[in-house]
Design a protein around this ligand. Structure first.
Ligand SMILES: [Zn+2]
Length: 343
């Protein structure tokens, strides 16, 4: 059985370590430290993706498991004359999902400042159309929590165009077992993989072949696993969120097995094997289709890799917004993942 306490603890640590795509060094160091505790050494590709191996009897990796450690974020597009900041998005999300959210500005010199995302009409006492005016990213401003009134004031703080902005993840676990935080996509999966490795190490489980484990750094912008998977690998299992909502089959309690996403069907034989493994392992699962979705698997295939690709993961409500899942989904995902790794 997965050590749930450990998995949730590391999930919180990872979710609260800022890592918008392009700024993932800190979170990778957190993950590296966890692997080192398990006697697993890591390396990085040039893009900043973390690679390690779960050792098998045969020291050549035939399978790879991938999850992404980068998240959504923003970048300063313009410093306005008012001292407020205009932003551009990193990854795909709607402006409503960050309205009134706290954030952190990361300057090029390593300083951080807090701020808040607002529309240009945030007060109902002032703007009659505060609730109804059209939401656009161009209409979102960051108010820095400093006394700034001009471009010069902002620049004096060391803040400039091109600085990264990360979102407050607001991580919390309810007594009823729900995990609510930003960035469950895909940090929940990162934590589940770490939990699965810890379980297998502690139980001396040695798979037939090495398993390459790859935490990618650029999934949210479309080229996560386009590079980094060993030539010896013939099969890639992505662990990434199940997409929930109206008309969807997945939920917050089971492991989602993806049949097809926006890039087309996943490998049918591998999907069928995952369903069989879930049944054997007693992991409650749902097979589903994610209409507007891409993954590290799609990135690898588009880069020309000749791989069987599958996708499993915890069901995440309100994806790319303030997200929610349940520990049941985490446990079912871990069950299936451990069964797959043991094969
Ligand atoms: Zn994802």
């Amino acid at each position: 059985m997965l050590n749930l306490e450990y998995t949730l603890e590391i999930m919180q640590k990872i979710c609260t370590t800022p890592s918008p795509t392009g700024m993932t060094t800190d979170v990778m160091k957190v993950i590296e430290a966890e692997f080192n505790k398990l006697d697993m050494e890591v390396s990085y590709n040039n893009k900043g993706g973390l690679i390690t191996y779960y050792k098998g009897k045969n020291r050549t990796a035939a399978k790879a498991i991938a999850a992404h450690a980068d998240t959504l974020g923003a970048m300063i597009k313009e410093i306005k004359g008012s001292g407020k900041l205009a932003i551009t998005t990193i990854g795909g999300y709607i402006p409503q999902s960050i309205e009134c959210e706290n954030c952190v500005i990361h300057t090029s010199e390593g300083k951080t400042y807090s701020g808040t995302f607002y529309t240009s009409k945030p007060s109902v006492h002032v703007h009659k159309d505060a609730g109804t005016h059209e939401r656009t990213i161009e209409g979102i401003e960051v108010i820095i929590d400093e006394k700034v009134f001009s471009v010069a004031d902002v620049k004096d703080l060391g803040i400039d165009v091109g600085d990264f902005i990360s979102f407050d993840s607001r991580f919390r676990i309810t007594e009823s077992g729900f995990v609510k935080t930003r960035h469950l996509d895909d940090k929940a999966s990162v934590a589940i993989i770490l939990g699965a490795c810890k379980y297998m190490k502690e139980n001396n489980i040695i798979p037939k072949n090495d398993i390459q484990i790859f935490f990618t750094s650029h999934e949210e912008v479309g080229h996560g696993a386009s590079h980094g998977i060993d030539d010896s690998v013939s099969e890639l299992l992505c662990v990434d969120m199940g997409a929930l909502g109206m008309g969807q089959n997945s939920d917050e309690y089971t492991v989602s097995i993806c049949a097809m996403d926006g890039g087309g069907p996943y490998d049918y034989e591998l999907r069928s094997r995952l369903v069989q493994l879930a049944k054997e392992a007693g992991a409650e699962y749902k097979v589903d289709i994610y209409p507007f979705y891409g993954s590290d698997g799609g990135a690898a295939l588009k880069a020309g890799r000749n791989l069987k690709v599958g996708l499993i993961g915890p069901g995440v409500y309100a994806s790319h917004s303030y997200e929610r899942t349940h520990i049941d989904s985490i446990l079912n995902t871990a069950k299936l993942l451990i069964a797959y790794m043991q094969q």
